[in-house]
Design a protein around this ligand. Structure first.
Ligand code: NAD
Length: 475
């Protein structure tokens, strides 16, 4: 095989039938680390046929045993964490330590999905009269088509595999072509742990061609996507035309409210790290910093000091605090947002440039005096740039914080209990951090409000998006 990142269909690791593919780049250098195979429609037909067969085979495995298999796969990821973490850093750019955390989080999701598999139950009720019984059965929804992104290439796929496989579904996953290695490692662990080969497929290709082929395919029963709002709307519309259920985990633009009673230096120390994790390429990342005027100067000074000193470099270097952005597209997007703000009169207090040399790097950037019309106030940055927006009037700030179509996450920093309560209640977001910036642990159902998505992933309800019920009336 001449391809480093193959398709996985029916347990066979192989090239696409037409031999098509594309280079996968190391974002720290821009160099190719191998080629990823593209699936043809004939390959997708094979994946669909296998998944229908895999659904029957996997459904026949008891929920208890499904739990054991997922736990085994989780153990395999943990045992191989160092090697997998390196492959994530090579394809995605994040520092090795962050990549390792991602592998462990992925294992936790598989384990959690397996634990919940063991709790799958239906219910029985007495009917309306003697001799009548009602049964409610829980079934796997069917073959799942999953589309996953490049920012947490393993963890965001692991959530979907955990829910789908835990529920007894088979799954065809199309990861980002830019980060194929981590989902292939996930598939390997699951197959070695005993998931039937037909029940898992990993396919790559041109995203719009693959999704427009898989979504209407009669074998597919459920669509799940993590990515941007515009692509989410396209996929949800395609699923709507064939009346298929969707789960959508989309973008955010998190208001991060720093109130005047907190220690501004401590808040800046905490928030700079949260902001620059994964180079800011996190849907939950804090992105619009509303800082109360009384502490604005001290908060900004400390944040800027950190941003300028932050060690940006190759994620394989243990000294690196922030790696490159994942692709050239992100560098262009961030440059555009910064130049737009600068052109409208914003001050670039730190960064604001692409360092010289190779790779997809962009300096940690702080914008102040950002005028109302600046695009960054409306567009999710998904990168290492922060607009600092002073406020004095809480009501006006809240209106601005809630004023976008995003409803994923928001953060409040204050030690005033009444203010914590008031702001938490008023913020129209699915996730709130109080003196905290969150990540997604498997025990929590995470989902966006407004255009940030439909449905949740994780929590005790992790299997629910992949289940359907059957009502049986017995006389
Ligand atoms: P994008 O929306 O083009 O791509 C995101 C993912 O969707 C990629 O994996 C891509 O392969 C896939 N995709 C794109 N078009 C598709 C299609 N028609 N059918 C199926 N899959 C498709 O965005 P991008 O340029 O890669 O990333 C930038 C934006 O994506 C960010 O601004 C952010 O909003 C969003 N994003 C969000 C998350 C998240 O966790 N919610 C993750 C990654 C990206």
């Amino acid at each position: 095989m001449t391809i480093e990142f193959p398709l996985v269909i029916d347990g066979v690791w192989r090239e696409g039938s037409k031999g098509a593919g594309e280079d996968v780049l190391n974002p720290a250098t821009g160099d190719s680390i191998g080629r990823v195979a593209h699936a043809s429609t004939a390959d997708l037909d094979e994946a669909l046929e296998a998944a229908s067969r895999g659904l029957r085979e996997w459904q026949a495995v008891s929920p208890w045993q499904r739990g054991a298999v997922l736990k085994d796969a989780a153990d395999r990821l943990r045992a191989d964490a160092d090697r997998i973490a390196r492959s994530i850093t090579l394809e995605q750019g994040k520092p090795l330590a962050e990549a390792r955390v991602e592998v462990i989080r992925s294992a936790e999701f598989l384990e959690w999905g397996g634990e919940q598999a063991r709790r799958v139950a239906g219910r029985t009720m007495r009917g309306r009269d003697a001799g009548h019984r009602i049964e409610v059965e829980t079934h796997p929804v069917g073959v799942v088509a999953a589309f996953t992104p490049w920012n947490f290439p393993m963890a965001l796929a692991a959530k979907k595999f955990a829910g789908a496989l835990g529920a007894g579904c088979s799954i065809i996953c199309k990861p980002s072509e830019e980060t194929p290695a981590s989902v292939l490692a996930l598939a390997k662990a699951l197959l070695e742990a005993g998931v039937p080969p037909a029940a898992i497929a990993v396919v790559f290709g041109r995203p719009e061609e693959v999704s427009s082929y898989l979504i209407p395919a009669s074998a597919v029963a459920k669509i799940t996507f993590t990515g941007s709002i515009p692509v989410g709307k396209l996929l949800a519309a395609a699923a709507g035309r064939v009346m298929k259920p969707v789960t959508m985990e989309l973008g955010g633009h998190a208001p991060t409210i720093v109130c005047g009673d907190v220690d501004p230096e401590k808040a800046a120390d905490f928030l700079v790290k949260a902001k620059l994790t994964n180079s800011g390429q996190i849907c939950l990342s804090p992105t619009r910093f509303f800082v109360e005027e009384s502490i604005r100067e001290r908060f900004t000074a400390r944040f800027v000091e950190h941003a300028k000193a932050w060690r940006v470099g190759d994620g394989l270097d243990p000294r690196t605090q922030m790696g490159p952005l994942a692709n050239e597209r992100r560098v262009q997007a961030i440059s555009h947002l910064v130049e737009d703000a600068r052109g409208r009169g914003a001050t670039v207090a730190a960064g604001g440039e692409r360092p010289g040399g190779r790779g997809f790097f962009y300096a940690p950037t702080v914008l102040t005096e950002v005028p109302d019309g600046a695009e960054i106030l409306r567009t999710e940055p998904f990168g290492p740039v922060v607009p600092i927006l002073p406020f004095t009037d809480e009501e006006a700030m809240l209106e601005q914080a809630n004023g976008l179509e995003f409803g994923l996450s928001a953060y409040v920093f204050t030690n005033d209990a009444a203010r914590q309560q008031r702001l938490k209640d008023r913020l129209q977001f699915g996730t709130i951090g109080i003196n905290d910036v969150v990540t997604h642990p498997p025990e929590v159902p995470l989902g966006g409000w407004k255009e940030s998505g439909y449905g949740t992933e994780g929590g005790i309800e992790i299997l629910a998006p992949y289940q359907k019920t059957k009502f049986v009336s017995v006389r």
